[in-house]
Design a protein around this ligand. Structure first.
Ligand code: COI
Length: 356
């Protein structure tokens, strides 16, 4: 513990004493891992309580080859972002929402979870320790990746006897290689992402491994990502591998309802609230794949992708393109409002940002 304390104070001093921002090629960030200085680690034994976490130098962790997460996929992750304001302060966006979602997911995966307070405090500590990696205003954000895993050893199928909560961070730019330009999606007609009663509604690691195959095939054909349909009817939109989906028709915004098979995105929820505050009608319901054919606009939302306009969707060999090169007026307006708030460019009348 004394070593951990030393690292924690090292983190504080380090950020104070070194230059404000690291020297990086901020113009060409993309969404790849950049190693930063520190990570947060807390452990939890069979009593279900997490230790007071430690801020440690970023680097490899040791786990048993028999760890629950490695053998049986007992793991969850989260994603949130920190932005640097022009005055140098740092804003987090709705971190307590990620904390609550991790608690819900942990329940589904038979894992203990840190409390909302511990989660948010850990995020703050990790971001402050890595403050110099938060991109300058307008150049991107610091992506924060909390992980919860069954780190204890098991052999037979059972919940692990020990859990590890880790947070690491990386400066990021745009998620898709298209940058802010519209993306091209293909509706998946062979693979499904989730089924009723499964784990599609929680952010468990296996949900993401299972979409790699379809994503790889789609990328090989030049598409940006895959849009999944429901497994029962093969007809209703679910989500894209890494984000939620919205369809706009006659200024009415529709998005698949949360019913256990899609991820309850925090950007999704925020866009719905921003749209409603601007007087848009928003419907959370079953959205049929046929509705893509005559939609005015389609866009995706997610922490990593933020708001990504969709330029075209291909379904069963037929390609539909959306007007104005895919950058629709509704999605543009919503994107501007949300990102302005996240970056601290406009007043946060929603009370969503947490200032560090
Ligand atoms: C996020 O948007 O934070 C996600 O978790 C998606 C991930 C595939 C990058």
């Amino acid at each position: 513990p004394s070593v951990a304390k030393c690292h924690a104070s090292l983190a504080t001093n380090y950020t104070r004493e070194t230059s404000e921002v690291v020297d990086l090629d901020w113009e060409n960030l993309g969404f790849g891992l950049v190693d930063t200085d520190f990570m947060y680690v807390a452990k939890c034994g069979p009593d279900g309580n997490f230790s007071k976490g430690e801020v440690l130098p970023f680097g490899p962790i040791a786990v048993s080859p028999s760890a629950g997460v490695l053998n049986y996929g007992q793991g969850l992750f989260e994603g949130l972002k920190a932005y640097r304001k022009t005055d140098g302060s740092i804003l987090l966006f709705r971190p307590e929402e990620n904390a609550s979602r991790m608690i819900t997911g942990a329940g589904r995966m038979c894992m203990p979870a840190p409390t909302v307070e511990q989660f948010v405090d850990a995020v703050k500590q990790t971001v402050l320790a890595n403050k110099r990696w938060v991109p300058p205003t307008g150049k991107g954000s610091l992506y924060i990746r909390p992980l919860l895993m069954g780190s204890g050893a098991v052999l037979g199928l059972a919940p692990a006897p020990e859990y590890t909560f880790i947070i690491f961070v990386s400066p990021v730019g745009n998620y898709f290689k298209e940058g802010l330009s519209p993306i091209n999606l293909i509706v998946e007609d062979k693979f499904h992402r989730a089924s009723p009663g499964g784990t599609g509604g929680v952010k468990t690691i296996g949900n993401y491994a299972s979409v790699l195959k379809a994503q790889k095939i789609a990328k090989g054909k030049g598409y940006s990502d895959v849009l999944y349909l429901d497994v029962v009817h093969d007809k209703y939109l679910e989500e894209v591998s890494s984000c939620n989906i919205f369809v706009v028709k006659d200024n009415v915004i529709s998005t698949p309802a949360i019913k256990g098979t899609i991820l309850p995105g925090i950007t999704r929820k925020s866009i719905i609230e921003v749209a409603q505050s601007k007087g848009f009608k928003v419907e959370e319901r079953l959205v049929s794949v046929d509705e893509l054919l005559n939609a005015d606009e389609v866009f995706c939302t997610g922490t990593a992708v933020v708001v990504s306009p969709v330029g075209s969707i291909t379904y069963l060999g037929k390609r539909v393109e959306y007007g104005n090169q895919g950058v629709g007026v509704v999605s543009q307006q919503l994107s501007k409002s949300l990102t302005g708030l996240q970056m601290g460019l406009v007043e946060d009348c929603m009370g969503w940002t947490v200032r560090l």
